[in-house]
Design a protein around this ligand. Structure first.
Ligand SMILES: *[C@@H]1O[C@H](CO)[C@@H](O)[C@H](O)[C@H]1NC(C)=O
Ligand SMILES: *[C@@H]1O[C@H](CO)[C@@H](O)[C@H](O)[C@H]1NC(C)=O
Ligand SMILES: *[C@@H]1O[C@H](CO)[C@@H](O)[C@H](O)[C@H]1NC(C)=O
Ligand SMILES: *[C@@H]1O[C@H](CO)[C@@H](O)[C@H](O)[C@H]1NC(C)=O
Ligand SMILES: *[C@@H]1O[C@H](CO)[C@@H](O)[C@H](O)[C@H]1NC(C)=O
Ligand SMILES: *[C@@H]1O[C@H](CO)[C@@H](O)[C@H](O)[C@H]1NC(C)=O
Length: 617
């Protein structure tokens, strides 16, 4: 921790200790209230009240810096989800040296005039915060600078006159996340209390744990995540290998990729949602990643948040049990996206953007995750209707992209109207007999290619689709819901309709062919089909459901649309749409690896993005 204590201490005369009598006892404790990365006298004003624009911040210190946390007990039995989560750098009582950078600094001002009998105590209020945060101190040694040993401060630790005269160097970190603001919203008061004979006085500084923020697409990807293909015994592994090679080729070394290798779950978007927490530091923000495991308690792949990724600077969140039991698709990470920073039409500021999630008619995502996101008090979710989709994730219909609008971003939405127009144009120019799907590669089914439809793949032409009334009916049904969701988003976000990018997309009724009654008694993964409604999925690999990498690069699922005059008319239209905001599309073939299994490039990838200051200056 590089803290400028010396600057402060040099302002205070040391050494001379006159008689204690008749002087006012005035203990003072400081933290980085003004958020300039340093603790000094500039932090005095308003230190008692934490507000959005002022107040000291600390981090949940929940990485695993020395990778000491086990994944199984001594008999080799895997730890429960809760046990797995509970171990991290702050789960013990020692400040692990390699994790000390994530502890926030405080100090007490030297009290040169106290008598030899003076004693001090430092503790947090309210009392329930004492299990939630940790306090440490170091002895100031003027000959060598600082001791390197952090000692635990608890209610029993008494600071003597020497320490009070020298001033005390402290650090604080959080040992749990804010999961329910009604229980704890992250606030603490750090109290410094001094008793000297019959004089007693106290001071305190208000601090708050940094909220966990979910990334948005104006933050560049720094690491791309996907799932390793596994050995050839796994269903679909050779397709996953093809997919990963395609993703890596498209990224072309811009950022590293990390492959999950403890599970064969290919949906890297879905079993976690990456976030972070930050506080001011002397050299810029100090940040820790907090990866939210999806609220899908039996989805083993989510354990990789802890068993594979948790490390120095990376911690995780395990949603509470009793909510998010099983593996319902509504709780997947693909159903959690983020509007970049904006001020709403009603004037409410969302300086860190706002989460969007889909509900399925009356059904909402797991309370443990919704409450977690609400309790951060930063990006409280806005709900869209996604029950009309078989899988039902928000990433199937909307996407936020950096753009030269007044907000610095715009929205792309799936659009059936422009897609149908493409088919009409092809038909009108004499290409009605062109096969609708141009994919000609291996299409050997396996157990999980549940949306592979050989008749559709081989026997559908542009004109056969256009002449099928149910095709138009399905597109109209989809468009109605897309338009409603877009209207809701536009009533909130001050973008113009002309800013919106409409990405050609067509849907198919699937009304899910199997509603797997899971043999282990867990709820089915898909929401039940509601009477009078339908469940749709993408007919052409869904271009909107791709990975926004940053620096204008966009990884989209290869279209395999109708080829007219040597050109894929869908690919061409999609490139034109993204090109309007300066984005270059890199095509990744996910037809067999993901498209016919129920998702696309976005669903099969994830990104750890840049982190930074979230507080208001
Ligand atoms: C210490 O006591 C002296 C003499 O009473 C007084 O002048 C001085 O201001 C006191 N210093 C502090 C820091 O209280
Ligand atoms: C005061 O406390 C410090 C730190 O625990 C210790 O090193 C020192 O010996 C103590 N001084 C006295 C006079 O007890
Ligand atoms: C898996 O199959 C691919 C293609 O058939 C082959 O190139 C590769 O060597 C195989 N890998 C293993 C580990 O058997
Ligand atoms: C699994 O991935 C990690 C990186 O997250 C890597 O360090 C490790 O070597 C990989 N293990 C295997 C068996 O490939
Ligand atoms: C395609 O249509 C032809 C003629 O109707 C039929 O014989 C053939 O079985 C169909 N192919 C597939 C894969 O459904
Ligand atoms: C956005 O605006 C900047 C600055 O005016 C310009 O350099 C850039 O080319 C614009 N990008 C697009 C996609 O229009």
């Amino acid at each position: 921790m590089a803290i400028s204590f010396r600057r402060l201490l040099s302002l205070v005369p040391l050494g001379l200790v006159p008689s204690a009598a008749a002087t006012t006892l005035r203990p003072r404790i400081f933290a980085d209230t003004n958020r300039d990365g340093f603790v000094n006298q500039l932090d005095e004003p308003h230190k008692h009240d934490w507000t959005a624009s002022r107040g000291a911040i600390f981090l949940p210190n929940i990485g695993d810096s020395d990778r000491r946390c086990p994944v199984a007990d001594l008999t080799g039995t895997p730890l429960s989800n809760d046990e797995l989560w509970r171990c991290h750098d702050a789960s013990g009582d020692r400040l692990i040296p390699s994790s000390a950078a994530y502890a926030a600094p405080l100090l007490t001002l030297p009290l040169p005039n106290v008598s030899d009998n003076a004693v001090g105590h430092i503790y947090t209020e309210p009392a329930h915060t004492r299990d939630r945060v940790r306090l440490f101190w170091k002895e100031n040694d003027w000959s060598t600078g600082y001791s390197t040993v952090w000692a635990t401060v608890d209610r029993q630790v008494t600071f003597n006159a020497t320490s009070l005269r020298n001033g005390i160097t402290l650090a604080i970190d959080g040992r749990e996340l804010v999961t329910d603001e009604a229980v704890w919203d992250g606030s603490v008061k750090v109290v410094f209390e001094v008793t000297d004979g019959d004089r007693k006085a106290r001071d305190f500084v208000a601090m708050k744990q940094a909220p966990v923020l979910i990334h948005h697409h104006l933050q560049q990807a720094e690491v791309v995540l996907a799932t390793a293909p596994g050995d050839n015994q796994t269903i679909g592994s050779s397709w996953q290998g093809h997919f990963v090679r395609g993703v890596e080729k498209a990224i072309d070394g811009d950022v590293p990729t990390v492959l999950f290798n403890q599970s064969t779950d290919i949906w890297a978007q879905d079993f976690l949602e990456p976030g972070y927490a930050s506080m001011p530091g002397p050299d810029g923000p100090i940040s820790i990643r907090v990866l939210l495991r999806s609220a899908q308690s039996t989805r083993e792949a989510g354990r990789q948040v802890f068993s594979q990724l948790r490390s120095a600077g990376i911690g995780g969140f395990q949603p509470g049990s009793g909510s998010g039991f099983g593996w319902e698709e509504i709780n997947s990470g693909g159903n959690i996206e983020t509007i970049p920073p904006y001020t709403s039409r009603k004037g409410k500021r969302w300086p860190n953007g706002r989460v969007i999630m889909g509900h399925h008619f009356g059904t909402y995502p797991a309370e443990s995750m919704v409450k977690f996101l609400q309790s951060q008090k930063a990006q409280s979710p806005l709900f869209l209707e996604t029950g009309w989709l078989a899988v039902g994730h928000v990433d199937e219909l909307v996407q936020f992209l950096p753009a030269n609008t007044s907000l610095g971003f715009t929205m792309a939405v799936a659009d059936t109207t422009s897609a149908t127009a493409l088919l009409r144009e092809a038909d009108a120019s004499g290409h009605g007999t062109t096969p609708f799907v141009s994919y000609t590669g291996d299409a050997t089914p396996d157990e999980l290619t549940i949306f592979l439809d050989p008749a559709f793949l081989h026997n559908t032409s542009v004109s056969s689709l256009l002449s099928d009334p149910s095709f138009h009916d399905t597109q109209a049904y989809a468009q109605r819901y897309i338009d409603r969701n877009l209207a809701l988003l536009l009533s909130e976000i001050p973008l113009q309709d002309s800013d919106i990018l409409r990405v050609p997309t067509l849907f198919k009724d699937v009304n899910f062919p199997f509603l797997p009654a899971t043999p282990d008694g867990h709820p089915p993964r898909l929401s039940p089909l509601r009477e009078g409604e339908r469940q749709l999925k993408a007919m052409v690999p869904q271009a909107i459901n791709g990975l926004v990498l940053g620096n204008g690069k966009y990884l989209a699922p290869k279209q395999w649309g109708p080829v007219v005059d040597g050109r894929d008319i869908f690919a061409e239209a999609v490139e034109e749409v993204y090109g309007r905001v300066g984005m270059k599309v890199e095509w990744v073939d996910d037809y067999m690896s993901h498209h016919v299994r129920g998702g696309e490039v976005h669903c099969g990838t994830n990104a750890l993005r840049e982190m930074g200051a979230w507080w208001e200056e």
